[in-house]
Design a protein around this ligand. Structure first.
Ligand SMILES: Cc1cc2nc3c(=O)[nH]c(=O)nc-3n(C[C@H](O)[C@H](O)[C@H](O)COP(=O)(O)OP(=O)(O)OC[C@H]3O[C@@H](n4cnc5c(N)ncnc54)[C@H](O)[C@@H]3O)c2cc1C
Ligand code: SF4
Length: 338
């Protein structure tokens, strides 16, 4: 049996102080990922900081028409909040594409950002895994790698980030508010998760002792032209093989502004902002969408069992862009691709 201490934080500063005082400490939010990892003996926290009493459960209006979502707002509450549904339907849709109603009721906004990869070897302590045990090797390279990365992988890790919600947050250029021993700071969503490089044990850019307190949505809502399209092995209750959050502004049949983020293909939600800018002004039609897909996948590399993801991703990107352009987003309760 492994022993750990348990603290229920009453304030954010109390949680930050407890987190900063012990490098082995871990935050407990909904517990839907952390508790599983502890049962598998993958996570071995020396102390647990339960943050469920913190006042981080509100969705607040921002003066610019945006929304500030507290780190403890459940995935269900975000998905069904009328303001999110009206202003940021892409986010609502992506959340509803993930997990199950029971899990979404328990899972929190902060926990969703910080959930760990679903690489089979990461969950099996009897196998080498650089993310779980730095320097031990990567069993997925040359092993079972059907669900693994085709973009941004390294020779030390080819894992993917499993979140659906984060793919929409990436496309919407959300901002992550964090608080730590040095105070508060904002992290643009594109900089929050990292590629594995030679430090795959580190999923994100949080400093020691920092925690997520909120996620801010500002700027373009893309309520008119958006979609979240997710392909998976089962029609529901499965992680993405490839997913696409697509959003655009269209005028006179031309793309004015474009956002495309990919899930299930890299260690972080994958977005190429330069490519998005370059396609502004192009006709919003299939031939352009195919060029966008090819551009996004230019550096894609399979690992053997996951080679199928490259042509699959091209098809999903094109289909998602068609859905977004036509203003007919994928309805998550309809399992067939629309
Ligand atoms: C069977 C199953 C199917 C699933 N399917 C999907 C799916 O299809 N799509 C999808 O996107 N997700 C899916 N999930 C994952 C689920 O969405 C996550 O487990 C959930 O979002 C994690 O949130 P939580 O609040 O429970 O986090 P916890 O389990 O409490 O924490 C997860 C991690 O985040 C850290 N953490 C939590 N809050 C904070 C904070 N505020 N600041 C800093 N660190 C923090 C914890 O220390 C821990 O390391 C699935 C999960 C299961 C079990
Ligand atoms: S892909 Fe990453 S998480 Fe999976 S075994 Fe390799 S190092 Fe571990």
């Amino acid at each position: 049996m492994r022993h750990f201490s348990y603290t229920r934080a009453e304030t954010v500063s109390e949680a930050v102080a407890a987190l900063a005082s012990d490098p082995q400490a871990q935050i407990l939010a909904g517990g839907t990922n952390l508790v599983d990892l502890m049962k598998y003996d993958v996570a071995k926290p020396g102390s647990i900081i339960d943050i469920n009493k913190l006042p981080l459960k509100q969705i607040d209006e921002l003066p610019n028409g945006g929304l500030r979502i507290g780190a403890l707002v459940s995935n269900t509450t975000v998905a069904y909040d009328p303001r999110v549904q009206e202003r940021y339907p892409l986010l609502s849709s992506a959340i509803l594409a993930g997990a199950s109603p029971q899990l979404r009721n328990a899972a929190t906004t902060g926990g969703n950002l910080l959930q760990r990869t679903r690489c089979y070897y990461f969950y099996d302590p009897s196998t080498p895994c650089n993310k779980r045990e730095p320097g031990s090797g990567c069993s997925a390279i040359g092993g079972i790698n059907r669900i693994h990365a085709i973009l941004g992988a390294s020779e030390d890790c080819i894992a993917t980030h499993p979140s659906d919600m984060c793919v929409a947050l990436a496309a919407l250029s959300a901002v992550v508010e964090v608080e730590g021993p040095q105070g508060k700071r904002d992290i643009p969503f594109a900089d929050f998760h990292r590629l594995p490089g030679d430090r795959p044990e580190s999923d994100n850019t949080l400093a020691q002792g920092e925690m997520v307190v909120a996620v801010r949505l500002e700027g373009n809502h893309f309520a008119g032209h958006h979609t979240y399209l997710k392909l998976r092995d089962r029609l529901s209750y499965a992680f993405a093989l490839v997913s696409v959050a697509a959003a655009m502004e269209v005028s006179d049949g031309k793309i004015v502004e474009l956002r495309v983020a990919l899930g299930g293909v890299a260690h972080k939600p994958w977005r190429d902002m330069l490519a998005e800018t370059e396609f502004a002004g192009q006709p919003a039609e299939e031939v352009t969408f195919r060029h966008i897909a090819q551009r996004l996948l230019a550096g894609a590399k399979g690992q053997g069992q996951n080679d199928f993801k490259i042509p699959l991703a091209e098809k999903v990107i094109v289909r998602a862009l068609k859905q977004a352009a036509s203003g007919r987003p994928q309805v998550q309760s309809v399992k067939a691709i629309q």
